[in-house]
Ligand binder design. Sequence first.
Ligand code: DX5
Ligand code: ZN
Length: 218
Amino acid sequence: TRDVRINPSILAADFVNMQAELARIATADFVHVDVMDNHFVPNLTFGPQMVERIQATSPVPLDVHLMITDADRNAPTYAELGAASVTFHLEAAVDPIALARRLRSIGARAGVAVKPATPIEPLFDHLEEFDQILVMTVEPGFGGQGFMADQMPKLQRLSAEARRRGSQVWLQVDGGIGESTISQAADAGADTFVAGSAVFGAGDPGAAIAALRATAAS
Ligand code: DX5
Ligand code: ZN
Protein backbone atom coordinates (compact mmCIF):
# COMPACT_ATOMS: atom_id res chain seq x y z
CA THR A 1 0.00 0.00 0.00
CA ARG A 2 1.04 3.58 -0.68
CA ASP A 3 1.55 6.36 1.81
CA VAL A 4 -1.17 8.90 1.02
CA ARG A 5 -2.58 12.09 2.48
CA ILE A 6 -6.19 13.28 2.27
CA ASN A 7 -6.66 17.04 2.63
CA PRO A 8 -10.30 18.18 2.66
CA SER A 9 -10.84 21.64 1.16
CA ILE A 10 -12.82 23.98 3.39
CA LEU A 11 -13.99 25.82 0.28
CA ALA A 12 -16.83 23.27 0.37
CA ALA A 13 -17.55 23.86 4.08
CA ASP A 14 -20.16 26.10 5.67
CA PHE A 15 -18.13 29.26 6.31
CA VAL A 16 -20.35 30.50 9.16
CA ASN A 17 -19.95 27.20 11.03
CA MET A 18 -16.23 26.85 10.49
CA GLN A 19 -15.40 25.48 13.94
CA ALA A 20 -17.94 22.66 13.62
CA GLU A 21 -16.90 21.99 10.03
CA LEU A 22 -13.25 21.65 11.07
CA ALA A 23 -14.27 19.18 13.79
CA ARG A 24 -15.96 17.00 11.14
CA ILE A 25 -12.63 16.41 9.38
CA ALA A 26 -10.47 15.67 12.42
CA THR A 27 -9.27 12.41 10.83
CA ALA A 28 -7.82 14.20 7.80
CA ASP A 29 -4.08 14.67 7.36
CA PHE A 30 -4.31 18.41 6.70
CA VAL A 31 -7.10 20.90 6.12
CA HIS A 32 -6.74 22.53 2.70
CA VAL A 33 -7.38 26.27 2.97
CA ASP A 34 -8.16 28.04 -0.32
CA VAL A 35 -7.23 31.72 -0.30
CA MET A 36 -8.60 33.59 -3.34
CA ASP A 37 -8.24 37.28 -4.11
CA ASN A 38 -10.72 37.84 -6.99
CA HIS A 39 -7.74 38.79 -9.14
CA PHE A 40 -5.60 35.70 -9.71
CA VAL A 41 -8.90 33.79 -9.87
CA PRO A 42 -12.45 35.13 -10.39
CA ASN A 43 -13.55 34.29 -6.85
CA LEU A 44 -12.93 35.63 -3.35
CA THR A 45 -12.65 33.78 -0.05
CA PHE A 46 -10.71 35.21 2.88
CA GLY A 47 -7.29 36.40 3.98
CA PRO A 48 -4.85 36.14 6.87
CA GLN A 49 -7.30 37.12 9.62
CA MET A 50 -9.61 34.20 8.85
CA VAL A 51 -6.73 31.80 8.27
CA GLU A 52 -5.30 32.74 11.65
CA ARG A 53 -8.59 31.75 13.30
CA ILE A 54 -8.69 28.49 11.34
CA GLN A 55 -5.13 27.82 12.49
CA ALA A 56 -6.19 28.38 16.10
CA THR A 57 -9.26 26.16 15.75
CA SER A 58 -8.32 23.28 13.47
CA PRO A 59 -7.54 19.85 14.93
CA VAL A 60 -5.25 19.14 11.96
CA PRO A 61 -2.43 21.18 10.41
CA LEU A 62 -3.12 23.73 7.66
CA ASP A 63 -2.31 23.22 3.97
CA VAL A 64 -2.77 26.73 2.57
CA HIS A 65 -3.38 27.08 -1.18
CA LEU A 66 -2.86 30.66 -2.27
CA MET A 67 -4.70 31.69 -5.43
CA ILE A 68 -3.51 35.27 -5.20
CA THR A 69 -1.30 37.60 -7.19
CA ASP A 70 1.93 39.02 -5.82
CA ALA A 71 2.76 35.76 -4.06
CA ASP A 72 6.32 36.94 -3.33
CA ARG A 73 4.99 39.62 -1.01
CA ASN A 74 1.89 37.90 0.40
CA ALA A 75 2.76 34.24 0.94
CA PRO A 76 5.18 34.62 3.91
CA THR A 77 2.33 36.00 6.06
CA TYR A 78 0.64 32.59 5.99
CA ALA A 79 3.83 30.80 7.01
CA GLU A 80 4.27 33.28 9.85
CA LEU A 81 0.82 32.57 11.26
CA GLY A 82 1.73 28.90 11.55
CA ALA A 83 0.44 27.09 8.45
CA ALA A 84 2.17 23.71 8.04
CA SER A 85 2.43 24.22 4.30
CA VAL A 86 2.04 27.23 2.04
CA THR A 87 1.53 26.67 -1.68
CA PHE A 88 1.70 29.60 -4.09
CA HIS A 89 1.07 29.57 -7.82
CA LEU A 90 4.06 29.50 -10.13
CA GLU A 91 2.16 31.90 -12.41
CA ALA A 92 1.88 34.45 -9.58
CA ALA A 93 5.48 34.54 -8.36
CA VAL A 94 8.35 36.64 -9.69
CA ASP A 95 11.06 34.60 -7.94
CA PRO A 96 9.60 31.22 -6.96
CA ILE A 97 12.83 29.78 -5.63
CA ALA A 98 13.58 32.73 -3.37
CA LEU A 99 9.99 32.59 -2.13
CA ALA A 100 10.17 28.84 -1.42
CA ARG A 101 13.38 29.39 0.54
CA ARG A 102 11.73 32.17 2.52
CA LEU A 103 8.73 29.95 3.37
CA ARG A 104 11.04 27.19 4.55
CA SER A 105 13.10 29.61 6.61
CA ILE A 106 9.92 30.60 8.46
CA GLY A 107 9.21 26.93 9.12
CA ALA A 108 6.52 26.00 6.60
CA ARG A 109 6.62 23.35 3.93
CA ALA A 110 7.06 25.18 0.61
CA GLY A 111 4.61 24.34 -2.16
CA VAL A 112 4.22 25.45 -5.74
CA ALA A 113 1.09 24.98 -7.85
CA VAL A 114 0.57 24.96 -11.61
CA LYS A 115 -2.65 25.70 -13.48
CA PRO A 116 -3.75 23.21 -16.16
CA ALA A 117 -2.17 25.16 -19.05
CA THR A 118 1.17 25.69 -17.28
CA PRO A 119 4.00 23.31 -18.20
CA ILE A 120 5.68 21.38 -15.40
CA GLU A 121 9.10 20.90 -17.00
CA PRO A 122 10.58 24.25 -15.83
CA LEU A 123 10.38 22.91 -12.25
CA PHE A 124 12.37 19.75 -12.96
CA ASP A 125 15.76 21.28 -12.16
CA HIS A 126 14.43 22.75 -8.91
CA LEU A 127 12.51 19.92 -7.23
CA GLU A 128 14.72 20.10 -4.15
CA GLU A 129 13.53 23.67 -3.51
CA PHE A 130 9.98 22.47 -2.82
CA ASP A 131 8.31 20.16 -0.30
CA GLN A 132 5.21 19.71 -2.42
CA ILE A 133 4.06 20.39 -5.96
CA LEU A 134 0.39 20.86 -6.76
CA VAL A 135 -0.86 19.85 -10.20
CA MET A 136 -4.30 21.46 -10.57
CA THR A 137 -6.91 19.12 -12.01
CA VAL A 138 -9.44 21.95 -12.56
CA GLU A 139 -9.06 25.62 -13.44
CA PRO A 140 -8.57 27.17 -10.00
CA GLY A 141 -11.36 29.30 -8.59
CA PHE A 142 -14.33 27.10 -7.76
CA GLY A 143 -15.21 23.81 -6.09
CA GLY A 144 -17.42 21.17 -7.63
CA GLN A 145 -15.86 21.17 -11.12
CA GLY A 146 -15.09 18.08 -13.19
CA PHE A 147 -11.73 16.32 -12.87
CA MET A 148 -9.38 17.03 -15.81
CA ALA A 149 -7.98 13.63 -16.73
CA ASP A 150 -5.87 15.36 -19.38
CA GLN A 151 -3.57 16.53 -16.57
CA MET A 152 -2.47 12.95 -15.82
CA PRO A 153 0.37 12.83 -18.38
CA LYS A 154 1.84 15.97 -16.78
CA LEU A 155 1.61 14.35 -13.35
CA GLN A 156 3.21 11.17 -14.70
CA ARG A 157 6.15 13.12 -16.15
CA LEU A 158 6.62 14.94 -12.85
CA SER A 159 6.40 11.72 -10.86
CA ALA A 160 8.92 9.96 -13.10
CA GLU A 161 11.32 12.87 -12.81
CA ALA A 162 10.97 13.00 -9.02
CA ARG A 163 11.70 9.27 -8.82
CA ARG A 164 14.67 9.58 -11.18
CA ARG A 165 16.15 12.27 -8.95
CA GLY A 166 15.38 10.46 -5.69
CA SER A 167 13.22 13.42 -4.64
CA GLN A 168 11.01 13.25 -1.55
CA VAL A 169 8.68 15.98 -2.84
CA TRP A 170 4.96 15.33 -2.26
CA LEU A 171 2.81 15.38 -5.39
CA GLN A 172 -0.60 16.90 -4.82
CA VAL A 173 -3.74 17.06 -6.95
CA ASP A 174 -6.67 19.42 -6.42
CA GLY A 175 -9.99 19.59 -8.22
CA GLY A 176 -12.68 17.02 -8.94
CA ILE A 177 -11.12 14.41 -6.66
CA GLY A 178 -13.60 11.79 -5.42
CA GLU A 179 -14.14 8.04 -5.31
CA SER A 180 -14.37 7.78 -9.10
CA THR A 181 -11.26 9.84 -9.92
CA ILE A 182 -8.76 9.42 -7.08
CA SER A 183 -7.33 6.16 -8.46
CA GLN A 184 -6.38 7.81 -11.75
CA ALA A 185 -4.43 10.47 -9.87
CA ALA A 186 -2.81 7.93 -7.54
CA ASP A 187 -1.78 5.74 -10.48
CA ALA A 188 -0.24 8.80 -12.16
CA GLY A 189 1.90 9.38 -9.07
CA ALA A 190 -0.04 11.68 -6.72
CA ASP A 191 0.33 11.01 -2.99
CA THR A 192 -1.58 14.00 -1.57
CA PHE A 193 -5.22 14.51 -2.47
CA VAL A 194 -7.38 17.59 -1.98
CA ALA A 195 -11.11 16.91 -1.94
CA GLY A 196 -13.76 19.54 -1.25
CA SER A 197 -17.25 18.50 -2.29
CA ALA A 198 -16.46 14.77 -2.01
CA VAL A 199 -15.74 15.18 1.72
CA PHE A 200 -17.98 18.03 2.92
CA GLY A 201 -20.83 16.93 0.65
CA ALA A 202 -20.84 13.50 2.27
CA GLY A 203 -23.19 12.68 5.15
CA ASP A 204 -20.22 11.35 7.12
CA PRO A 205 -17.04 13.23 6.20
CA GLY A 206 -14.89 10.90 8.34
CA ALA A 207 -16.14 7.89 6.39
CA ALA A 208 -15.55 9.74 3.10
CA ILE A 209 -11.96 10.50 4.15
CA ALA A 210 -11.37 6.85 5.12
CA ALA A 211 -12.82 5.60 1.82
CA LEU A 212 -10.73 8.01 -0.25
CA ARG A 213 -7.63 7.02 1.71
CA ALA A 214 -8.27 3.32 1.17
CA THR A 215 -8.90 3.75 -2.56
CA ALA A 216 -5.83 5.94 -3.09
CA ALA A 217 -3.56 3.61 -1.11
CA SER A 218 -4.64 0.40 -2.81
C1 DX5 B 1 -10.41 25.13 -6.54
C2 DX5 B 1 -9.78 24.88 -5.20
C3 DX5 B 1 -10.04 23.51 -4.69
C4 DX5 B 1 -11.51 23.18 -4.51
C5 DX5 B 1 -11.69 21.74 -4.83
O1 DX5 B 1 -9.86 26.23 -7.12
O2 DX5 B 1 -8.36 25.03 -5.28
O3 DX5 B 1 -9.30 23.25 -3.51
O4 DX5 B 1 -12.00 23.43 -3.22
O5 DX5 B 1 -13.04 21.41 -4.76
P1 DX5 B 1 -13.61 20.05 -5.32
O6 DX5 B 1 -12.91 18.92 -4.61
O7 DX5 B 1 -15.06 20.13 -5.05
O8 DX5 B 1 -13.29 20.01 -6.81
ZN1 ZN C 1 -7.19 24.30 -3.56
